[in-house]
Write a new protein. Structure first.
Length: 155
């Protein structure tokens, strides 16, 4: 088995907030990450595909094609966006690095033309990262009635 990895970067804002918590619980659990208007990160995404290289090309997956898929399916949708409000496939999900990995997997996996998605590694910062290998994970998703659809007005 051969493993190939493509790296991509994006910048995005998010707010860690659980609509079923009180303001005090959200503050206690998420601390600075619960900032009302959100806060930003410069993320690094690594996507690894495994498989047997095609005898005609030597590729598990053509990395140019993987780049195009990553850009179209993930990066173009999340780069310079507020993950809580601007990204439809993240709507209603607490955008932790863990939940982002699972959601990115769900978006990418059906779009790969060859190989098998092996892992997603997402760096939220130099110190914080998450690895996900595709095990079944149910992402809690709140309804639009529970989750704001736009940034709050600040006067």
């Amino acid at each position: 088995m051969v493993y190939v990895t493509r790296k991509a970067h994006f910048s995005a804002a998010h707010r860690l907030y659980n609509p079923t918590f009180t303001d005090e619980q959200n503050e206690r659990v998420f601390d600075k990450c619960n900032n009302l208007l959100g806060h930003g990160h410069n993320y690094t995404l690594e996507v690894t595909v495994r498989g047997i290289p095609d005898p005609a090309t030597g590729y598990v997956i053509d990395l140019k094609i993987l780049k195009d898929i990553l850009d179209h399916v993930i990066i173009d949708k999340v780069d310079h966006k507020h993950l809580n409000y601007d990204v439809e496939f993240l709507r209603g999900i607490i955008p932790t690095v863990e939940n982002l990995c699972v959601a990115f997997w769900q978006e990418l996996e059906p779009n790969l033309p060859s190989g098998t998605l092996h892992s997603i590694r997402l760096f939220e910062s130099d110190q914080n990262l998450c690895d996900y290998f595709g095990e079944p994970v149910e992402l809690p998703r709140w309804t639009s009635a529970e989750v704001p659809t736009h940034l709050p007005s600040v006067v």
